[in-house]
Design a protein around this ligand. Structure first.
Ligand code: SF4
Length: 94
């Protein structure tokens, strides 16, 4: 009995995760962005992880100013963070 319940819960969780990922990827593919709240955006870093070192960050010409993000809507601070942070590949020669 417990095994059946566990199997149903696992199946439900996998289905929900799949639907969320499909929604995320199709939305990004379509060029629309997500609200800050949806992505748990905050104005402070998560340890060493912050928008300034995220591959989705599009910095302003003045690095102290806010920039943009390819995933999250609105102005994005370089010291912010959200749940889809992704490491920025080192730029050659830097
Ligand atoms: S994906 Fe998140 S962590 Fe990365 S730049 Fe956008 S808001 Fe910042």
């Amino acid at each position: 009995m417990h095994q059946l319940v566990r199997r149903r819960l696992l199946k439900s969780a996998v289905t929900s995760l799949g639907a969320a990922l499909i929604g995320y990827s199709s939305r990004v593919y379509a060029g629309s962005k997500f609200p800050k709240k949806t992505m748990d955006y905050r104005d402070r870093p998560n340890g060493q992880k912050m928008c300034a070192n995220c591959s989705h960050f599009l910095p302003d010409k003045n690095p102290r100013n806010t920039g943009r993000c390819t995933v999250v809507e609105g102005n994005i601070g370089p010291h912010g963070w959200c749940m889809v942070w992704a490491t920025r590949k080192p730029i050659e020669g830097c």
